[in-house]
Structures are given as structure tokens and as C-alpha cells.
Design a protein. Structure first.
Length: 372
């Protein structure tokens, strides 16, 4: 996969449509970004084409895991396949639960699955990841590492058998897995993977506990991998979706108004946005605090009970979000997003600290007028 020299041609456009993460790494983690709603993602592609871009392929990748919410992913794939049948469609994932989705991916003519494989030994997995969530329940990292390895191996075998090519993506971490690349390449090739892409680890600002992977180390890793499997270069376009910022990308951020000065969030622990909207029992309401006007927790409200269909979301808007311009959730169905949007409430999909995300929506600390 090589990038084309002309700026008007895009061989593989990254489309950040995945709202839900399934794992977190110890190194190189950046601020959370919001996933693009399917309609916005397809509309953005249309705008790029109108602007003269020649798009040949799309990579559904990030900010979470593309296959953590398969219904949403398939909705995007179906829209893209219908509107742009010539596109080469790729999906990037860590592989949890992917084996069961192989027939649906093959049916949608997915050209390639990019599978993040950082190790094939649990002790190395535990050095790279902080947490891995194989299901809705959190399990010990040692156990989750075993599940991840098993699920990835199964995914490669089943996808290959279904006719969906698998490209392995491995980040080379100095002193952690740089000597392990050959084992990864050999195992994945044995299972049926068609290629591997090696990415050099680059620490983020303020992260000095692990050095960057230099050119010599990366070249050695490539030589090790090439003895077992075909090398593939990373060449996806990194065009920034409209309305992106330090903490959100892919959507135009809503703004507070006199009538709707507050932000709602759903959370299991009161600190992070980590719940599907449909799972929420309580709604946290944040807004400018009277006195110093700083964004703060103002109230906790009860969410309507499940089972009422669209009327549940209408009740949510009317009784719970009547003073909110936005709602933060890890995931949400298209129907509640549509119902809330009709009431001027924008649903933003992200997983991160509530306070950090709220701060971004209020301009990174800029004062807002307090509603009297």
C-alpha cells in the first residue's frame, strides 16, 4: 500500500468512525477524539470529491476499534458500497470477536483487514497494554492478554479462509517487542496473513520512559519480518476531518446557547465517558458554575427506563436534556442520535475523561455566561 505523490489522489483515506475502544496502551497514547457519525463520514467523502480529490480507497480506522461496534461499522460499509462501489474498503481492528464477523465482512467485499498484532506472547502483551476488554466485563490483564492472542490467531485463520486478506500492523517498541517481530511474522504467516506493516514507535510529548524506534531498529525489524511474510508500507492519507481539534475530530462541535448552556455525559464511574447511551441509568449534567463560571458538575438526573422505543429518547430530551446542547457517550444508536439532534442536542461519541472533554466543548477553559 503506497501513497501516491499527487495531492489530489488518495489511495486510502482514513475514516475515523469507531467510537468504542477495546484496549489501552501504556505508550504513545494521545487525547481521545470523537468518532464521525456514519452520515457525516459519507458526507465528508462527498465534499472531498467535490473539491477535486480522487479517492480510490477508504480505511475505517479509529479512534476506537472499528469492529467493537459492528452494527455501526456495517452501516458505514453498506453506505460506502452503495454510493462508491469502486472504493477499496479496509477495516482496522485489534481482532477481538472478529472471527465471528468474517462472513459479513466477506459479503461486503472488504478488501483488507488491518490487524494490530503487537506480540504473540502474553508477557510482552502485558508490557504494552494497560487494559484489554474482551467483553463488557473487565478481566485481569494476564487473562485478557491470553484472550487477545487467541482471538487474533482465530481471526487471521477464519478471515483468510473466507477470502478476506489480512495485513498485520505491528508497532516496534524498543526493548519490548523489537526482538519479537520475527516470531510475530512467522506465526501470522502460518495462520494465513498476507502481509505485515511495521510502524516505528514515537513517544508523545512528555513521555520519556521509552525511546523512539530509530531507523536502524526499524530496518532490522523489517529484515526479520521479511524472512517470513511480505512487507507492506503504510500509506494511508491523514487528512483531517472538518471541525477537528485537540480532543475531538470528525464533527463540527456544537456551542452552548442561552437556552442550552450545559453538557450531558453518561458514565459508569463518574470520571470517564465509557457507557453506551442505551445502558445509561443516570445522566451527569455539566455547565458553567455560578460565581466563577467554570465548567462543573451541576446535577445528576435519572434517564428514562429502557423499552419505550423512540419515545424514550423524546422523553430524555424533554425531561433530562432540556438545558443541554450536547451529550457525551461512548456509543449511541442512530435513532437516538437523530431524535436528539431534532431537539438541538448533538451526540458526541468519545471515550475519555469527562472533565477533559467538557473543557474542550467550552473552548478549553474559556468562560461562559452563567444561566440565572
Amino acid at each position: 500500500m503506497k501513497a501516491c505523490a499527487t495531492s489530489m489522489r488518495i489511495d486510502s483515506l482514513i475514516l475515523p468512525v469507531a467510537p468504542q475502544a477495546v484496549c489501552g496502551k501504556r505508550f504513545g497514547s494521545s487525547n481521545a477524539v470523537a468518532a464521525m457519525p456514519p452520515a457525516d463520514a459519507v458526507a465528508w467523502i462527498g465534499e472531498l470529491i467535490k473539491g477535486g480529490k480522487e479517492i480510490h480507497g477508504v480505511n475505517l480506522c479509529g479512534p476506537g476499534d472499528a469492529l467493537a461496534a459492528p452494527e455501526m461499522l456495517f452501516a458505514v460499509l453498506d453506505q460506502l458500497r452503495e454510493k462508491y462501489p469502486h472504493f477499496s474498503l479496509q477495516v482496522t481492528t485489534a481482532g477481538l470477536g472478529v472471527a465471528n464477523l468474517a462472513p459479513a465482512l466477506a459479503e461486503r467485499q472488504v478488501a483488507q483487514i488491518n490487524l494490530h498484532v503487537e506480540a504473540v506472547q502474553t508477557e510482552i502483551i502485558e508490557k504494552i497494554y494497560v487494559w484489554i476488554r474482551p467483553s463488557k466485563r473487565t478481566v485481569p490483564l494476564s487473562q485478557a492478554a491470553e484472550v487477545l492472542i487467541s482471538e487474533q490467531e482465530k481471526a487471521v485463520a477464519v478471515l483468510s479462509k473466507a477470502g478476506v486478506p489480512v495485513n498485520i500492523q505491528t508497532t516496534v517498541y524498543p526493548g519490548i517487542n523489537d526482538q519479537h517481530v520475527a516470531a510475530i511474522a512467522a506465526k501470522m504467516a502460518e495462520l494465513g496473513a498476507s502481509s505485515i506493516t511495521l510502524l516505528p514507535f514515537e513517544p508523545i510529548a512528555g513521555e520519556e520512559n521509552l525511546p523512539a524506534c530509530d531507523a536502524a531498529m526499524l530496518e532490522k525489524a523489517k529484515q526479520d519480518a521479511a524472512a517470513h511474510i511480505k512487507l507492506s508500507e503504510y500509506g494511508a492519507s491523514l487528512l483531517t476531518p472538518p471541525g477537528s481539534g485537540d480532543s475531538f475530530a470528525g464533527t463540527v462541535l456544537p456551542k452552548p446557547t442561552k437556552e442550552r448552556p450545559n453538557v450531558a455525559a453518561v458514565s459508569s464511574n463518574g470520571m470517564e465517558v465509557d457507557l453506551h447511551l442505551g445502558q445509561a441509568v443516570k445522566i451527569l449534567i455539566y455547565g458553567p458554575r455560578c460565581g466563577d463560571e467554570l465548567p462543573s458538575l451541576l446535577a445528576v438526573r435519572n434517564a428514562p427506563e429502557a423499552g419505550a422505543g423512540s419515545s424514550r429518547w423524546e422523553t430524555l430530551a424533554r425531561e433530562c436534556l432540556f438545558d443541554c446542547f450536547a451529550l457525551l457517550a461512548a456509543n449511541a444508536g442512530e435513532n437516538p442520535q437523530k431524535v436528539l439532534a431534532e431537539q438541538s442536542i448533538k451526540v458526541l461519541l468519545a471515550e475519555d475523561s469527562i472533565e477533559g472533554l467538557v473543557d474542550v466543548l467550552y473552548g478549553g477553559g474559556k468562560k461562559q455566561k452563567c444561566k440565572k
